[in-house]
Design a protein around this ligand. Structure first.
Ligand code: UD1
Length: 348
């Protein structure tokens, strides 16, 4: 059975990294990887392929940055050509980026079966480009793999239960696999001299493209009781010229996956607007302060493991000093999501 994986952005490299490990060793499948080129900087793309030992993509469309319409249209056209040539039995798309919607749309028009990994996530905020990508992808895919039971319930509410399966979260499988390797291969001293720090990331369009919100986040970070280590996404870096902040914020270049695991292990808490990092903080038992007005990962809010604070300066500083209750549940599965996904696809 030929599986064609479509990826393009950083979180998708992590997801395909763990899925393709199984695909490569499973004689039931042959695997093709298509990289749209949505992320193209060395430290946003190549480093993940090297570190996660993902085979070089069979195709790289090299599409890069553009407006949503232009970027998605170029992907759609490029992916269609590849699908016509490769004639896969299944396409797997991951998450909620423009590469996800382009891949699923191209495949659906050619009547190629589509599996969506990380289905059923909803923020109920249709201003987020990712929300549109998720809803559309779920409705045109043939198999939906929900990472949590909350996601399963949301798919059911949209009438999609018959094609939905609770698989658990492939990012949990991934962190279990790579955690030890991070200790062996990455070196904290190469990333930072700080011994005690908060770990932060900011890249959401709703924060980066709104200077008032971005300023509030930087004002809050400037006031925190420990330094804030901020591996900065290129999107955010471009917006910093009009922002003021002090040296409590330590900006570094984007880090690799293994380096991020090491930073998670060693930080005091996490402040982020990323979806993936909210979960990874939970997996690594670090409290998270989410710089958004909603989260798709509502399970993480239980027992104060995560707080939704938006960009309110007082709320950010207040929640950073909150305590949590130790208890966590295995909402994200048992680390065998990839096996469940591949078995379901094979037996479809
Ligand atoms: C995309 C996803 C988002 C995901 C994120 C992970 C969409 C709509 N958004 O957001 O869901 O959480 O990836 O990082 O698909 N840029 C570079 N170099 C790069 C990549 C990006 O300079 O290698 C800059 C460009 O200025 C670009 C901007 O970042 O315009 C935004 O990149 P884009 O891929 O459009 O969206 P992300 O913000 O990365």
């Amino acid at each position: 059975m030929k599986i064609l994986n479509i990826i393009g952005a950083r979180p998708q490299f992590i997801k395909v990294g763990i899925v393709n490990k199984s695909l490569e060793y499973d004689s039931r499948f042959t695997s093709v990887i298509v990289h749209t080129g949505q992320h193209y900087d060395e430290n946003m793309s190549k480093i993940f392929f090297d570190e996660l030992e993902i085979a070089k993509p069979d195709y790289n469309l090299g599409i890069g940055s553009a407006s949503h319409g232009k970027q998605t249209a170029a992907m759609l056209s490029g992916i269609e050509d590849i699908l016509l040539k490769e004639k896969p039995d299944w396409v797997i798309v991951y998450g909620d980026t423009n590469s996800t919607i382009a891949g699923s749309l191209a495949a659906s028009k050619l009547h190629i079966r589509i599996a969506h990994v990380e289905a059923g996530l909803r923020s109920f905020n249709r201003k987020m480009p990712e929300e549109i990508n998720r809803i559309a992808t779920d409705h045109i895919s043939d198999l939906l793999f929900a990472p949590t039971t909350t996601a399963m319930n949301l798919l059911e509410k949209e009438g999609l239960q018959e094609k939905s399966f609770f698989s658990g979260d492939v990012m949990y499988d991934s962190i279990l696999y790579f955690e030890k390797l991070a200790e062996q291969k990455a070196d904290l001293k190469n990333i930072t001299d700080l011994l005690e720090f908060y770990l932060a990331t900011i890249h959401r369009q709703e924060n980066t493209d709104n200077p008032q919100k971005l300023q509030k986040i930087f004002t809050a970070f400037s006031q925190l009781d420990y330094p804030v280590l901020l591996p900065l996404h290129p999107r955010t870096k471009k917006m910093l010229t009009s922002i003021t902040y002090n040296d409590n914020i330590k900006i570094i270049d984007p880090v690799s996956y293994l380096e991020m695991i090491l930073l998670l292990k060693n930080c005091k808490k996490v402040l982020t607007d990323s979806g993936g990092l909210q979960k990874e903080a939970y997996f690594m038992k670090k409290q998270c302060i989410t710089l958004r007005d909603e989260t798709e990962w509502t399970e993480t809010l239980e027992n104060n493991w995560n707080f939704i604070v938006g960009t309110d300066v007082n709320l950010i500083t207040e929640k950073v000093s909150s305590k949590r209750i130790e208890q966590q549940n295995n909402y994200f599965g048992n680390g065998n999501s990839v096996t469940k996904i591949l078995d379901n696809i094979y037996n479809y």
